[in-house]
Write a protein that binds this ligand. Structure first.
Ligand code: SF4
Length: 104
């Protein structure tokens, strides 16, 4: 039987490198709750930010808090969009909803 650390290492090994650190910090409770929500939504959506933005699971408790909501309506494939948004190299260029008490 695998230990929790072995299971986490296995999971992180299957996580895209770009998001691995972000996911690991969330799992180790090293980031903020907002970062953990982002990590969960990315995991849930196959690490596709546009899929998170266009998520239709309104009964998910994280739905109102999910990141990338300003990308709603954008197709999830670069071919359909005809632009570069599918290249997820610009992590910091995407804005998140404000945290409680924070102004947008
Ligand atoms: S809000 Fe959507 S993307 Fe985020 S965890 Fe819930 S179902 Fe998944």
């Amino acid at each position: 039987m695998k230990t929790p650390d072995e299971r986490m290492a296995e999971y992180l090994g299957a996580t895209p490198i770009k998001y691995r650190g972000q996911i690991e910090r969330a799992m180790r409770k090293e980031g903020s709750p907002r970062q953990a929500i982002k990590a969960k939504c990315l995991d849930c959506s196959g690490f596709n930010r546009v899929e998170v933005a266009n998520c239709t699971v309104i009964l998910c408790p994280l739905h109102p808090w999910r990141p990338y909501q300003d990308e709603k309506g954008i197709s999830s494939t670069p071919e359909a969009r005809g632009d570069e948004l599918g290249d997820e190299t610009d992590e910091e260029g995407m804005s998140d909803p404000p945290e409680a008490g924070e102004t947008a």
